[in-house]
Write a protein that binds this ligand. Structure first.
Ligand SMILES: NC(=O)c1ccc[n+]([C@@H]2O[C@H](COP(=O)([O-])OP(=O)(O)OC[C@H]3O[C@@H](n4cnc5c(N)ncnc54)[C@H](OP(=O)(O)O)[C@@H]3O)[C@@H](O)[C@H]2O)c1
Length: 274
């Protein structure tokens, strides 16, 4: 088994469950080596029943039990958790944080640990189709990196970056990305309803169109501009619609939105550091 270690989750919510489900489905670890910690015993019971993992309500017990400790609580809860488990982790433990916006320096200071992986997943991780960007401190060994990578791969695709600054960029692009796509989908569905489609039919047309467009871009490897040119006949419907989208400043507004999310991510990281 790749994860020949013990794994503890501090925070047993949606993301912790997605990781547990993924790594067990891939037979990466024996469930008896997983400890999940959270405040509600009934949630622990649920996870125990579904995955045969050990579930506790004591973060310190979980922190002591794991050689890899996944921090999977909400950002506002993290300072309390760090104060609680600081000094309680094994000297050779790897800390793997998926907490949005929390810089490595905050975790290092809070726990006194050196081997830290910080990851930024996104919401499709809940169905194993996420995009996770991650980085690691120099103190993380090659072996530990491989293990962290295997854990994050349970959420979908993962990409290692050498510089933590890329995590703010990833937050703005892939982390926040689903929100942009959902808004785009919503606008298209509403446009379909406006023309007279039922909401159910409009939704199916939009979902399949988006999935198909991504599939063709991936399979052909062509740049989106080339693909767009191919479906834009002179004087046709696409040309008419694209003219309106450009006139409305779609491209500029998307660029501004992503940039604003990037700035916000940096600001939130700085605030959390103070
Ligand atoms: N969801 C995503 O797609 C996504 C994407 C990117 C990053 N993230 C990051 O992943 C982290 C987890 O997100 P999530 O969606 O899994 O949230 P979630 O479902 O709310 O999970 C958080 C868990 O932490 C538990 N908790 C609360 N207080 C605690 C404490 N003092 N000690 C231990 N556990 C405690 C909660 O228990 P109760 O429910 O009983 O309060 C809950 O089970 C967040 O930091 C988030 O920023 C999530």
């Amino acid at each position: 088994m790749l994860l020949d270690t013990t794994l503890s989750f501090i925070g047993s919510g949606v993301m912790a469950e997605a990781i547990i489900k993924g790594i067990l489905a891939n037979n990466l670890i024996d469930p008896a080596r997983i400890t999940a910690s959270g405040p509600r015993p009934e949630r622990g019971q649920e996870l125990r029943g579904r995955y045969s993992v050990r579930a506790v309500t004591d973060n310190v017990a979980a922190a002591r039990a794991g050689r890899i400790i996944v921090l999977s609580v909400k950002p506002q809860v993290l300072p309390k958790v760090l104060a609680e488990i600081g000094g309680q982790t094994a000297p050779d433990a790897l800390i793997l944080s998926i907490v949005a916006g929390m810089r490595i320096s905050v975790i290092r200071r809070g726990l006194g640990a050196e081997a830290i992986v910080r990851a930024m997943p996104n919401t499709p991780a809940q169905v194993g189709r996420g995009m996770t960007v991650w980085t690691a401190t120099d103190a993380v060994s090659e072996d530990r990196r491989r293990q962290a990578q295997a854990i994050l791969a349970a959420l979908g695709k993962e990409l290692y970056v050498a510089d933590e600054n890329y995590l703010d960029m990833a937050t703005a692009l892939s982390g926040t990305g689903p929100a942009y796509v959902f808004l785009f989908m919503e606008a298209l569905i509403d446009a379909g309803v406006h023309m007279g489609f039922s909401r159910r039919v409009a939704q199916e047309l939009v979902y399949q169109t988006i999935e198909g467009a991504v599939a063709v871009a991936r399979e052909t490897g062509l740049h989106p501009t080339e693909l767009r040119n191919r479906v834009t006949s002179p004087g046709g419907t696409s040309a008419e619609a694209l003219y309106q989208l450009e006139k409305g400043g779609l491209r500029t507004v998307i660029s501004k939105a992503v940039w604003a999310a990037y700035q916000k991510s940096k600001l939130l990281g700085e605030l959390a550091e103070k």
